[in-house]
Write a protein that binds this ligand. Sequence first.
Ligand SMILES: Cc1cc2nc3c(=O)[nH]c(=O)nc-3n(C[C@H](O)[C@H](O)[C@H](O)COP(=O)(O)OP(=O)(O)OC[C@H]3O[C@@H](n4cnc5c(N)ncnc54)[C@H](O)[C@@H]3O)c2cc1C
Ligand code: FES
Length: 383
Amino acid sequence: MALLDTPRPSTRLRDRAIRVVEAATTPLLPADYLDLFAPLRSGADLRGRIVSVHPETADAATIVIRPGADWAGHVPGQYLRIGIDVDGVREWRAYSLTHGPRADGNISITVKGVPGGKVSNHLVHDSRPGTLIHLEQATGDFVLPERLTARTKLLFVTAGSGVTPVVGMLRNLFPVTDEGVLMFGSRRRATDEQPLDITVVHVAPSRPESIFIDNLHELHEAGAINLVDRYDDVHGFLDVARLEELVPDLAERTTYACGPAGLLDALATHHEERGLELFTEQFRPVVISSGEGGTVTLEKSGVSLELDGATTILDAAENAGVLMPSGCRMGICMGCVLPMREGAVRDLRNGEITTATPGETNTGGVPIQTCISAAAGPCHIDH
Ligand SMILES: Cc1cc2nc3c(=O)[nH]c(=O)nc-3n(C[C@H](O)[C@H](O)[C@H](O)COP(=O)(O)OP(=O)(O)OC[C@H]3O[C@@H](n4cnc5c(N)ncnc54)[C@H](O)[C@@H]3O)c2cc1C
Ligand code: FES
């Protein structure tokens, strides 16, 4: 055993060489120099380089990214978190991948700028090819089953930027090449050579604001999907209670939906009443509860903030210039959890109160998700 643990001469030599280089390059380490010249190499923190930015609509763009060598791939429908520096602050947000595995090894996301949105507007209007961004591996369970057959009948309901994960799935099922739409993509060949039965109900405020509408029409014309597109300015808001009029065989279909919380809630009620299967992906949390607010003290940062009962601690701290950990910003990923030493916070999704009392609760503090928590009285957070 001892023999196995003894470094081999070549390892000793390598370690000594690294120490010599470290001494010569202090305060920067060799890895820091490697990061400058080969930031996408295997073993480095996962990063990506923006390859190109393609406008989709007036306020949406597709960003093509060359991921680092350790990118582990994804299943269409999944999302990844990206970290990007905006005004000198590293911001993390989640974006769905809008393609299947690509021959060039790149990945793409499609971002719609939201009013007042820090990262989305930066990505859409100011991001440039060559920029390095931070990545996390793909995640999420808004994906199609492993095995699809011609008997699988699907309904996709997409609204606004909620079309992104669905386009990722469709592009994987029906790759578009110079010859047009391939009706038998990789997943299809694994099953049978019958067309899948897919209806897409796509909703947008207007056709010019509709991301990927040309792709959806192309798929429709090739017979890959049956597209029902509805525009608020032409057809009025989609009334989910009348979905059967648009999709008469709705009861035979499994529904995948992505869009604003109001639409997803209405679909959930509609499908539950009829015993229908529904899978959803949500881009932002539903705030249903607010309370009294209070003073939040971020102890290590030496910052005290007066918060109303509807603003999340994450938003308020970031707005005050505090560097906060974050991720999905909607209570899923736990990337924003910090210990609360003392005080009370309210979960804005359901109104639940979490308290920390020194001497009674965990000495290390009670973990709270700052992205969905508002102050419910004075609280002290270890950050
Ligand atoms: C799993 C997942 C996948 C996602 N995929 C995509 C995607 O493919 N394309 C895409 O464009 N976005 C996607 N998002 C949303 C994205 O992560 C950001 O929330 C969005 O880009 C807004 O970030 P921001 O920094 O611009 O806004 P912030 O500066 O964080 O917020 C500014 C204001 O906009 C509001 N806001 C925040 N998010 C939204 C939103 N989604 N819609 C409307 N208003 C919002 C906030 O309440 C706030 O008032 C996804 C989110 C999740 C959780
Ligand atoms: S940022 Fe994902 S749970 Fe808070």
